[in-house]
Design a protein around this ligand. Structure first.
Ligand SMILES: Nc1ncnc2c1ncn2[C@@H]1O[C@H](COP(=O)(O)OP(=O)(O)OP(=O)(O)O)[C@@H](O)[C@H]1O
Ligand SMILES: [Mg+2]
Length: 142
């Protein structure tokens, strides 16, 4: 497990860029943490590594936003509104996994039904500073 302290939104974006550089087709990232903890900011950094600057929009109402880059497809999910794990299957969510990189906000809600190998990134807010985030990265099943 790796723990990173981010002191600003830009530092979280930079971490996203750094992780973005390591990603391969089939990778699944589960992003967990409270509302406003930084999951979308981090995703913005990943997209920016792939040349998709300023393209981030929250997929809350669409469940998934799809991005096609020269090297990889990126699927950005937000499953906050999913009622139960089966709904993700019903929506065809699992069909994306092999075709690119999947980034899943609130992914802990479907952790039991996704492939056994994934990267879990947990975001939490510091209690003493509103611009500080504690980010924990854990590789599961690797
Ligand atoms: N160190 C930091 N890292 C990331 N975001 C930060 C940081 N400090 C302050 N912020 C602010 O916190 C907010 C994070 O919002 P973001 O949309 O990324 O959260 P989220 O985890 O995706 O929330 P949600 O669950 O609602 O989707 C932004 O307004 C950002 O400017
Ligand atoms: Mg978000």
């Amino acid at each position: 497990m790796e723990e990173i302290i981010s002191n600003s939104p830009n530092e979280t974006i930079d971490l996203g860029k750094k992780i973005g550089a390591t990603l391969k087709c089939g990778d699944i990232l589960i992003l967990s943490g409270d509302l406003g903890a930084g999951k979308t900011k981090f995703t913005e950094g990943i997209l920016s590594y792939f040349g998709l600057q300023n393209e981030i929009s929250s997929p809350t109402f669409t469940i998934v936003n799809e991005y096609y880059t020269n090297s990889l497809n990126i699927y950005h999910f937000d499953v906050y509104r999913i009622e139960d794990q089966e709904e993700f299957f019903y929506l065809g969510g699992d069909e994306y996994f092999k075709k690119g990189v999947s980034i899943i906000e609130w992914g802990e809600k479907i952790e039991k039904i996704i492939p056994k190998k994934y990267i879990k990134i947990d975001f939490s807010k510091s209690l003493d500073n509103e611009n500080v985030r504690i980010i924990k990265i854990k590789k599961i099943g690797y």
